[in-house]
Design a binder for this molecule. Structure first.
Ligand code: 5AD
Ligand code: SF4
Length: 480
């Protein structure tokens, strides 16, 4: 394990080591020299801004980027008018790409006024060759582009960018590499995401993730458990195990281990109070996992189980490998076996070939399962995926279907949340309420939020709260 102090001890007259992560620490030491030179010249430390787009996995990657910037001496800021700005991009739907192009225009304005400014782009969107081409041609003020597979090389790329005036592009097609022990700058002191696997092998026909995140690779259980132990020693009480499809964790390890097996080990870690995980593919959810959840005292009563569509015909075209009936049976079994469980989901409306009849099937599943919450998305055509070549649905029909699906999930969510009225439940206190500083915001095991009067010193602790007044999707309450 590398420690912070070691940066000072690294001999930069030697050539960079070949092995990781030692190589990255060498480049962090080099970057630190650059930061010192900046400070001397400008009489202040340089500022860096990490902007995250997309999912929890990207958020965790952004913490790693921020960790490295912090290590080498940058002052982190949320202001995009900084000396180093990096966008960690998402490309799961086209609107994510459009947002990045829009923000780049704004950054260009800042850069004109600040000649020191360096602009970097990384993440899923950069794994698309057409995007890189467009940036190379039309956004020539960008200094660094790298992708998802070589993010561990960030220190090395940062150093190269600081030493060069031309655009640096480093995109890998794939990797089997997992580099451990790089620094991270966590957003919350009391909770953290943990990657347990990278990539996805499922190739749902609408989804670009397998193309931009590569094949499934699991981290070794001992590395995951060691990271969690370190986090709990630092005061983390809640963790979220992250992967595109956590239910297939461990299949490609030298010594295979099931996800349920991993959870059993995580459960034993002293000091850890809550375990969450994301995302589960219905086709891989095992009986063993249900048993482990049922018996666990730490696994939260929340399961995110993406449905995508309730129509067996559409599910087949999506390559999801389950039917409407199989999904419903699984969800109802979960409800029976774990009565307090909140089930949330993702739904796509407007997949190629979807008719109003298919939407009816989706509505039927929503009403039968009674989702506690759902993300509903309009289908977005992603170049290179099989669905992009299929016949697209007219926009007006998509809109009509989307509105109906949204109304249905809002109805079941309200109904489900209101069932907790009057109960006393444990909440992890997360922050002072955005709108009213006399209130704290806490999260229940089932992911519902509750706002209640209390002192900021409670942040990070677990408290019992009376759920007094249901306000649609959240509660007002008071300490029990
Ligand atoms: N269009 C719309 N939604 C999509 N998702 C993935 N790909 C697409 C797409 N092309 C949604 C799925 C997935 C969530 C993370 O994003 O519902 O579960
Ligand atoms: Fe995309 Fe399907 Fe993999 Fe999820 S499981 S990342 S939707 S291909």
């Amino acid at each position: 394990m590398y420690e912070v102090e070691n940066l000072e001890k690294i001999d930069l007259t030697l050539s960079p080591p070949a092995e990781e992560p030692a190589r990255q620490y060498y480049y962090m030491a080099k970057c630190r020299c650059q930061v010192r030179a900046f400070e001397k010249e400008n009489g202040r430390l340089p500022k860096a801004c990490v902007v995250n787009y997309g999912c929890q996995m990207n958020a965790r990657d952004s913490e790693k980027l921020a960790g490295i910037l912090e290590q080498v001496g940058y002052r982190l800021t949320e202001d995009e008018n900084a000396d180093f700005v990096i966008f960690n991009t998402c490309t799961v739907r086209d609107n994510a790409n459009q947002r990045v192009y829009g923000r780049l225009g704004v950054l260009n304005g800042f850069k004109r006024k600040n000649p020191h400014m360096k602009i970097a782009l990384c993440g899923c969107m950069m794994q698309e060759p057409s995007v890189v081409e467009k940036i190379r041609e039309s956004y020539r003020f960008v200094d660094l582009i790298f992708g998802t597979h070589n993010i561990f090389k960030f220190a090395e790329l940062l150093n190269a960018t600081l030493e060069s005036d031309s655009m640096i592009i480093d995109i890998w097609k794939d990797t089997d590499k997992i580099v451990e022990d790089l620094p991270t700058e966590r957003k919350y002191p009391y909770k953290s995401g943990i990657n347990i696997m990278f990539g996805c092998n499922n190739f749902c026909s609408y989804c670009i993730v397998p193309y931009v995140r590569g094949r499934e690779r699991s981290r070794k259980p001992e590395d995951i458990l060691r990271e969690i132990r370190q986090l709990t020693a630092q005061g983390v009480v809640e963790i979220m195990l992250l992967g595109q499809n956590v239910n297939s964790y461990g299949k490609n390890l030298e010594e295979p281990m099931s996800f349920a097996g991993l959870l059993r080990e995580v459960e034993k870690i002293p000091g850890l109070r809550r375990i969450r995980f994301m995302t589960s593919h219905p086709k891989d959810l095992s009986e063993e996992l249900i048993q482990v959840m049922k018996e666990s005292r730490k696994i939260c009563r929340h399961l995110h189980l993406p449905l995508q569509s309730g129509s067996t015909r559409i599910l087949k075209a999506m390559n999801r490998r389950y039917t409407k009936e199989q999904y419903v049976e699984l969800a109802l079994r979960l409800r029976r076996e774990i009565p307090d469980l909140a089930i949330t989901t993702d739904i796509i409306v407007g997949f190629p070939g979807e008719t109003m009849e298919d939407v009816e099937d989706t509505l039927d599943v929503i009403r039968t399962v009674k989702f506690d919450n759902a993300f509903t998305f309009i289908y977005s055509k992603r170049t290179g995926t099989p669905a992009a070549a299929m016949e697209q649905v007219p926009q007006e029909q998509v809109k009509a279907g989307f509105d109906r699906v949204l109304a249905a999930v809002q109805e079941t969510a309200r109904e489900q949340v209101s069932l907790l009225q009057g109960r006393v439940m444990e909440a992890l206190v997360e922050e002072v309420n955005d709108h009213d500083s006399a209130l704290l915001t806490g999260r229940l095991s089932n992911n519902t939020l509750v706002h209640f009067p209390g002192d900021a010193s409670l942040i990070g602790s677990l408290v019992n709260v009376v759920l007094e007044e249901c306000r649609g999707f959240y509660y007002f309450g008071h300490l029990a």
